[in-house]
Design a binder for this molecule. Structure first.
Ligand code: FEO
Length: 497
């Protein structure tokens, strides 16, 4: 089955109604997905991306009904992940000499996944173009880390269609392909879920890349993604939405998530939530049990929140494992501009709250005082939890709450705990404490493996040779993936881990 997109462009992709998991089982797909592949027929015939390897046979059969495969002149692979290049091996078995256009990084990924270094690869860089006849060209734009180092977008001139691959897509499946045809609430929910769970760590890169694309002043009549809808109605709406999400996004929302051995930490969560609502009925408060609720939904709510409260019972003097897993994931997603606090019930030692507080601080959250309750909270403890919520609501308020004093602070005995800092080794060098050997310390970008060498500096960003890492300015960006200093670690630290 094919769907006409515009002029000589057809969708030749694959719908996947049944899929429940992506990236192992880390991303739950609640509305299916699609793998969008496009066939352009001008004087040259071009295939943009393929589909997931599980659908190779179906894809080839479908494509053969549309075109004699020998008549495909070029294949463009915008991104090598197997949901897009998976069917390439089956296709290349039929048309083995067809030129493949992709980034240099993609050759590594495609070869690593398919083991065919002999394929006819043609490296493209940002600004390169390919003439496909009838006055039309494909223009390539590298978009490293959206979503892999190999990613790029392809723009078709004259038709003004941007084939954006993962960017601007969503895991969403509907018989209708265009954005104006589908349920708008479902669509935007899935866009946000996709952005918050997959693209958040690369937000600074998203902004830089979008501004780079906009600087070309190319008209955009459609954005043809690799998952979900084709944006044809007001297509740049999703670009502007991405710019908003990438810019330290937050709403007037607080997310509370916890795990609870004996329901005691859950009781605390409920009371804290009520306390927040007492003081600020306008703030949206969402409460989740990590053992029972969808992880990606929780993370989407964290993304939308101005602050989070994380609770755990203390078990063996540490936090419960599902909370530890969530904190690891939150650390990787590198949320910015958010506040956080820890809470939890304990019997002998409240180590979980201390550890959560430290993990939240290390993950870049602005942490506030925590709250511990010994055993099952009694009436007094529940009032303390509620008052804790009231204090959080006041200190995190985004608007005037000048009338709250009449509502709150009836509990003079309320004493939040000053959470003990659990020291963890730091990976960042500090100028104040550097030694001469620190001055020569090479730093590794943990995202793309680019290495900063003080002896070379980074003259393109006015960092002169001989500049130690601690003197590299905070606005420095990795020249390969565009991420900031926070993703760099000393080479020795990386090797030791
Ligand atoms: Fe849809 Fe990064 O693959």
């Amino acid at each position: 089955m094919t769907i006409h997109i515009k002029n000589n462009i057809n969708w030749v992709g694959q719908r996947d109604w049944e899929i429940l998991d992506f990236h192992g089982t880390e991303y739950k797909t609640t509305k299916g997905t699609s793998y969008n592949s496009y066939l352009i027929r001008e004087q040259k015939n071009v295939l943009i991306d393929t589909v997931d390897h599980r659908f190779s046979l179906q894809f080839i059969q479908n494509l053969e009904m549309e075109i004699d495969l020998d008549k495909i002149d070029y294949i463009v692979i915008n991104h090598a992940e197997e949901d897009h290049s998976g069917a390439l091996a089956a296709l290349m078995a039929k048309i083995p000499n067809t030129p493949i256009y992709c980034t240099e990084n993609a050759i590594d990924s495609i070869t690593g996944l398919h083991h065919h270094p002999e394929w006819n690869f043609n490296i493209v860089k940002t600004g390169d173009s390919l003439d496909i006849g009838n006055g039309k060209q494909l223009v390539f734009i590298e978009t490293p880390m959206l979503h892999w180092p190999d990613s790029m977008m392809t723009y078709l001139t004259e038709d003004a269609v941007l084939f954006s691959n993962d960017a601007f897509g969503q895991h969403y499946c509907d018989e209708r392909l265009f954005n104006d045809e589908v349920d708008q609430i479902e669509l935007m929910d899935q866009c946000l879920r996709y952005y918050s769970n997959i693209l958040t760590p690369f937000s600074s890169l998203v902004i830089a890349k979008i501004h780079e694309v906009l600087s070309f002043n190319l008209p955009v009549d459609m954005i043809a993604t690799a998952h979900g809808v084709v944006w044809r109605d007001n297509p740049t709406q999703i670009i502007h939405q991405y710019l908003q999400w990438a810019d330290n996004y937050q709403e007037d929302r607080i997310t509370i998530f916890y795990d609870s051995m004996s329901n005691n930490t859950r009781l605390m969560a409920d009371a804290i939530a009520q306390g927040i609502h007492d003081v600020d009925p306008g703030v949206s408060v969402k409460v989740f049990n990590v053992a029972r609720h969808d992880k990606n939904d929780i993370l989407a709510n964290v993304f939308r929140s101005k602050g989070i409260l994380v609770g755990s019972s203390t078990m063996n003097n540490v936090m419960m494992p599902k909370i530890a897993g969530m904190l690891e994931e939150i650390t990787g997603l590198r949320f910015k501009n958010k506040k956080a606090g820890a809470f939890g019930s304990y019997g002998w030692n409240g180590g979980a709250v201390d550890r959560i507080h430290t993990r939240l601080t290390d993950a870049g959250f602005e942490t506030t005082v925590g709250l511990k309750t010994k055993w099952k909270p009694d009436g007094k403890a529940m009032r303390e939890c509620r008052e804790h919520g009231r204090q959080i609501a006041k200190s995190w308020a985004l608007h005037d709450l000048s009338n709250v004093d009449s509502i709150s602070s009836t509990l003079t005995q309320y004493k939040p705990v000053k959470v003990a800092e659990v020291k963890t080794p730091t990976t960042q060098a500090s100028c104040a404490s550097t030694t001469s050997s620190d001055d020569k310390q090479d730093m590794l970008c943990t995202v793309c493996n680019w290495v900063y060498q003080p002896v070379l500096g980074e003259p393109n960003q006015d960092v002169q040779p001989g500049t130690p890492w601690c003197e590299v300015p905070d606005f420095f960006l990795c020249p390969d993936c565009g991420l900031g200093k926070e993703v760099f670690v000393p080479i020795a630290a990386r090797k030791a881990s």
